[in-house]
Structures are given as C-alpha cells and as structure tokens.
Design a protein around this ligand. Structure first.
Ligand SMILES: Cc1cc2nc3c(=O)[nH]c(=O)nc-3n(C[C@H](O)[C@H](O)[C@H](O)COP(=O)(O)OP(=O)(O)OC[C@H]3O[C@@H](n4cnc5c(N)ncnc54)[C@H](O)[C@@H]3O)c2cc1C
Length: 382
C-alpha cells in the first residue's frame, strides 16, 4: 500500500521498477566498479534511456514530469545498491549539477547542458569546493574576468565528484573583487576546454565507485552565453541548490541505513553462537529494534520536510535537521550493523564494511554536521 500523503501507487510502481533495475543492473557489478574506482559510463546512458536521470524534470527538457517524491524514491532505492559511490555520482548528475540549469538557465543552456544530462549523453559535475575553501563557500577564489564576449577563468576546485571524466561542470566562481558572497557567479564550463586539467584523481576511504578529482582552470575561455543566470547572483543560486542537495542526501542516507539494517537483520537470524541464532540474544534484538527506530524517526522527518519543500516552501531549518539526523543515523546504523557481523563485518568480502565506510562521507559532504548545526542553532535563536 502506498504511504500517503507522500507516496501514491504510481510512486510504488516506480519504486519497483528502480529496485528491479538496481538488483539486475547495478548490484551484481558493484564489486567490479569499486575496484575500478569508477562506474562504466554506459550505465549513465542506460539510465537516461530509462528516464531515471530526469524523473522530476519537465517533459519540455526531456524529463518525466514527475513530482518531488519521484526523486525521493529514486534516491532511496539507488542507495540500496550496495555502495554509496555510484548513487552519489548519479545524484550529482540529477540533483546537484543540473537543478540550477533548470531553475536559472535559458533555453540555449538547457538545450546544450540540461537535455544531454537528462538523456545520459553528458556527465555532469558541480564545482563549489576549493583546496582552501570548503564550508566557507563565500570565500572561494576561483576568478572569472570578462574579456570581450568571453570570460577567462583561473583557479582550482577540489573533491569534484565525476571530475576525472565529466563533460561539463556547473562552476562557482568570483566575478568581481567584492568580498564575500556578493561577487559570485555560476558558469557552465565544458571540461574539454583548453586550460582545464585534472591535476589528480583522489584516492578515497570509501565511495570508491565514484571518481573524485582536483580540477585546475588555467586561463579557460568561456563564452558569455555560459554564464548561468545573472552575474553576481551565484551565491544565492548555490545556496538554493544546496537545499535540494541536502534533501536528497537525507533520502540517500535513509536508503543506505535500511540496506545496512537488512544485512544485519538477516545475518543475526542466520548466524548461530551458543547453539542459537544471535538474534535471540536480547542485546542484539534490542540493537536491531533501536536501529529500526532511528531509521523511521529520520524517515518521518525527511518525508515531512520534503513534503513542504515539494509544495514550494524552503524550510531550511528542517532541511538541515533532516540532513544532519539522517547522515548521523546512517553511519550509526552501519556501525551497529558491522558490530552484529562480528569479525566477518571487518572483512572486505562482506559488503557491510563498505556501507560503514561510505556512510561516513554523509557527515561531511553537502554541508558537514557542524555546518548543519550552525544553521539550526541560528534559526532557534542562538
Ligand atoms: C568524496 C567527496 C566528494 C565530494 N564531492 C564534491 C563535489 O562534487 N563538488 C564540490 O564542490 N565539493 C565536493 N566535496 C566537498 C565537500 O562538500 C566538502 O568536503 C565539505 O563541504 C567540507 O568542506 P572541507 O572539506 O573543505 O572542510 P572544512 O570546511 O575545512 O571543514 C573542516 C572541519 O571544520 C568544520 N567547520 C568549518 N567551518 C565551521 C564553522 N563555521 N563552524 C563549525 N565548524 C566548522 C567542518 O564542519 C569540518 O568538521 C566532496 C567531498 C568529498 C570528501
């Protein structure tokens, strides 16, 4: 039965379709992609063909015209694929790099960047973070200077998901000498432009099926037509983008926590010690009960917040609360799940260790725990 008022029968149908795709076309290959340090680019096209990369985008730009909760279903189900890297890379495509194009871009930009991204013909990245500026977005240094009808970009971006092979990046730059958030603008930059280079592919603790790069921009010439929205409005655009990113991050955390919980539940029932399944021990049964409770608490908050977001509100306090709580919960659940697996939990051949490593990032990316707490504390008058 559909979980009203958030989900309809159509959402549940979509959930089934995505689950089938994940079971058949993702799960069996996760080990391979993790070892390779990236997913095969062909799967992007496949997902584009299935309509998964544009569930919430209008039909006008090649999307499916679905509502906000189609995106929540997608994030939750993809997160159950057995790793965090691939879903993260795809969420950069669907929920981070492209929403600003849909929201602030013109018809030409949608044609050149958004439509191919939805089709799976172009891989997208988002470039906010720099080597010296992460949480403090308003201090970024990457500079774009106008010369005739072009902009010339210099600077570097750090920890860029999909960065080693993306076709374009939605790039946050400074377009004036005004300090802070005032002189910031967004550009859509083709990554095969002369002057763009990948200085290194970064080695990570987890999220290994997603590639992460440091990008250098050395006198990169970008046509005026690639300025996204209005000059100087980039900071408000990216703060808007981050709200959606945090909602989807919360949904992904819930999906990963559910996956970890299910693994631990099955293991607790099948593993015997002292001549009985370990699930019989009260301490294990209560741990599973607590894990399930924490998942449901986060789910309710996330759905209720997403419901308001879908109706056009931007409840940034509750969005930050959802993101913070779900990220902490997912890693907490993964850690308890690994404990239930005992020594096997610490072995690479058991997938729980990967979920434990991958969920750790959720407390750092899309705004770290501390930044969520800063936002919340300000909004409760502290
Ligand atoms: C695997 C991975 C993929 C990523 N993908 C992308 C991507 O595709 N695009 C992109 O732009 N970025 C990406 N990031 C970057 C990510 O968003 C940043 O790592 C994150 O925003 C934190 O910034 P930072 O790492 O510079 O940490 P810092 O900002 O240096 O923070 C260090 C510590 O100080 C704390 N801190 C900072 N400021 C405050 C404050 N005011 N109050 C209290 N505590 C504070 C932080 O919470 C943290 O604990 C990715 C990161 C990783 C690891």
């Amino acid at each position: 039965m559909a979980y009203e008022p958030y989900f309809t029968e159509e959402h549940e149908q979509l959930r089934k379709t995505i689950r089938k795709f994940v079971d058949k076309e993702v799960k069996p290959f996760v080990e391979e992609w993790e070892a390779a340090g990236e997913f095969p680019i062909e799967i992007l096209k496949r997902m584009g063909d299935l309509g998964f990369l544009g569930l919430r985008y209008s039909e006008e730009v090649g999307g499916q015209g679905g509502d906000y909760f189609t995106g929540i279903v997608f994030a939750e189900e993809l997160a159950k694929c057995g790793c965090g890297g691939f879903p993260m890379a795809i969420s950069v495509q669907t929920d981070m790099a492209t929403p600003p194009i849909d929201q602030f871009g013109n018809a030409d930009q949608k044609e050149r960047f958004l439509k191919p991204a939805i089709k799976g013909d172009k891989l997208a990245a988002i470039g906010i973070t720099e080597p010296n500026h992460g949480s403090d977005v308003a201090s970024i240094e990457t500079r774009a200077r106008k010369e005739g009808n072009e902009w010339i970009i210099n600077g570097s971006k750090m920890f860029i998901t999909n960065g080693t092979r993306a076709d374009f990046v939605t790039l946050v730059t400074r377009t004036s000498d005004e300090p802070g958030y005032k002189g910031i603008s967004l550009f859509l930059v083709d990554l095969d432009s002369p002057g763009v280079s990948v200085s290194r592919k970064l080695e990570k603790v987890g999220m290994r099926s997603s590639d992460t790069a440091e990008l250098i921009f050395d006198n990169v010439r970008v046509p005026e037509a690639n300025l996204l929205g209005e000059e100087g409005k980039g900071f408000s655009y990216i703060m808007w983008e981050l709200q959606g990113e945090r909602m989807i991050s919360a949904a992904g955390s819930i999906g990963m926590a559910e996956y970890a919980y299910d693994l631990a539940y099955q293991y607790a029932k099948s593993r015997s010690q002292f001549k009985q399944p370990i699930a019989n021990f009260q301490v294990i049964a209560h741990l599973l009960a607590e894990m399930k409770t924490e998942i449901e608490v986060c789910r309710e908050l996330t759905y209720a917040t997403a419901y308001r977001f879908a109706k056009g509100e931007v409840p940034s306090k509750e969005i930050s609360m959802s993101k913070l709580a779900a990220a902490q919960m997912a890693h907490w659940v993964a850690d308890r799940a690994l404990q239930i697996f005992g020594g096997n939990g610490y072995m690479s051949e058991y997938p729980i260790q990967r979920i434990w490593r991958d969920t750790r990032l959720h407390r750092i990316g899309a705004g770290a725990d501390e930044i969520m707490k800063e936002i919340i504390s300000k909004q409760i008058g502290l």
